[in-house]
Structures are given as C-alpha cells and as structure tokens.
Design a protein around this ligand. Structure first.
Ligand code: ATP
Length: 237
C-alpha cells in the first residue's frame, strides 16, 4: 500500500434504480497532487466523491485510498483522510468551536486545543467561534467546513465544491488556504468544481465528468485550450 497512489478509482459505477449516476469511471490521483473533478449539475461528482469516502457503496468497481478499498477497509485509512461533503453536513446546532471539538475527537486528534487554535487563525474564525454554525452565512459555513476537513492534518483531502457558495474574493481566499495547506503538508487533494478557472488555478490535473462518465482528462491548461471555455456548464449540460 505504501507505493499505491493516494486515490485510485477503478471501473467505478453507481446505479440508482435504472439510472447510472456514475458509469465506469477510472482515474488515479498520485500522492501530493491536487486533482479537480469538473462537471455540471448531476454529472456524478458528488456520488463519486461519496464512494471515495466510503459513504456510498459502488454498484460495481472500487475506490481505493492509500491502497485500501473504501467499501471494505475504510477503517484502516480514516485517520489519514478527511472530507467536506453534503453527505456529512456540520451539525447546525453546535457552535463553531463545538463542531471543531467534536470532529477533532472523532478523529482522535492529539493536542486538539492547539490544532483548533491554528485553524482559528488560518481560517479567521475568531469572530464566529461561539456562534451557532447553522446561523452563519454560506461563506462562514464554508470556512468552518474546510477548517473541519483539516482538523486531523489529513494526507488525503476530498472536497465537494468547496467554493460553490462563495463570491469570487472569498472563493480565492479559500483556494489560497488550500494551496497553503497542500504546500505545508504535501497533501493530496481531490476537489469537485463547476469552474474551469478554479481548477486551472489550483489543480495539477483535471477529470471532466458528464452524465456519470469521464469525458476528458488532462492538464488544466490543455483542457482550457481544447474547450475554449470558462464554465463547463456551457459545454457539458
Ligand atoms: P451537483 O453539482 O448537482 O451536486 P453532481 O455532479 O455532484 O451534481 P451527483 O449528485 O453525483 O452529481 O448526481 C448524479 C446523478 O445521480 C444525478 O442525476 C442525481 O439526481 C442522481 N442521484 C444522486 N444521488 C442519488 C440518490 N441517492 N438516489 C437517486 N438518484 C441519485
């Protein structure tokens, strides 16, 4: 497993009734890379990420993280990864500090208080710490959700449209935090996005999905050239 890619998705499929939400998807994410999963609404990004997290069981194929099949061996790798996804929303009734404490305990983080202090500083959460998470603005919630995803200093980080509800300045701010984390930790990041500009700025490699399938992959600049577009909703819906 030590030589295994951070993430390997092999013949991955998910069927809901007669509908194939994810239809034979294959890609790998080498250790230390940031890869973007790009596509419009309903392309299958959320379902793919949920299978890589081990929260949705594939109908066929498998999703591996650090050499472990996430459908059967999730427990072996859980402490080394983390995620931000609509499948696991932050409990809205807890304050920001309580949320960070709860997820930190769940992951068995050593020196949790010190780790929370670092995240408060990095994500500028000082002002909202004692506020109830459910009442924060979308932008504030995103900051908390991304901070929570870093609580255990994960080697592998999965993010489902981390900037979707943010204005351009705040989105750029979140991207800068992710870049800083990637650089410091040498972490592997897989994030989904609608936005070609975002993946160009952040990602080493892009996988484009449409209707459950991979329709293209490559370096972001090559793909931007090839499709000559900013927002892939234009092309793939
Ligand atoms: P979005 O950007 O809207 O989140 P997505 O690319 O993340 O889109 P998915 O959420 O993975 O796409 O959905 C892919 C397809 O699978 C959609 O047609 C969706 O309606 C369907 N789907 C997803 N989850 C379920 C479910 N639990 N039951 C039935 N159908 C589902």
């Amino acid at each position: 497993p030590d030589e295994a890619p951070a993430i390997a998705v092999e013949d991955l499929c998910k069927q809901y009734r007669t509908h194939w939400a994810v239809d034979d998807v294959n890609f790998i994410v080498p250790k230390g890379w940031t890869v973007g999963l790009l596509g419009g609404n309903g392309a299958g990004k959320t379902t793919t990420i949920a299978m890589i997290m081990g929260l949705v069981v594939p109908s066929f194929g498998r999703a591996m993280v650090l050499g472990h099949d996430m459908a059967t061996e999730r427990h072996k790798v859980l402490s080394r990864m983390n995620f931000e996804s609509p499948y696991v929303a932050l409990p809205g009734r807890l304050t920001v500090r309580q949320n960070l404490m709860v997820f930190g305990r769940l992951y068995g983080v050593a020196n949790l208080k010190a780790r929370i202090e670092e995240l408060i500083e990095d994500f500028e959460l000082g002002d909202v710490l004692d506020r109830v998470t459910g009442r924060l603005s979308a932008g504030q919630k995103t900051r908390v959700a991304v901070a929570k995803a870093l609580i255990n200093d994960p080697e592998v980080l999965l993010l489902d449209e981390p900037t979707a509800s943010l204005d351009p300045d705040r989105a750029e701010w979140v991207r800068s935090r992710l870049r800083a984390y990637q650089k410091r930790r040498g972490a592997t990041i897989l994030l989904s996005s609608h936005n070609m500009t975002e993946v160009e700025q952040l990602c080493d490699f892009v996988v484009i999905m449409s209707h459950g399938r991979v329709v293209a992959m490559g370096r972001p600049r090559e793909l931007a050239e090839r499709f000559k577009c900013r927002d892939l909703d234009e092309v793939f819906i």
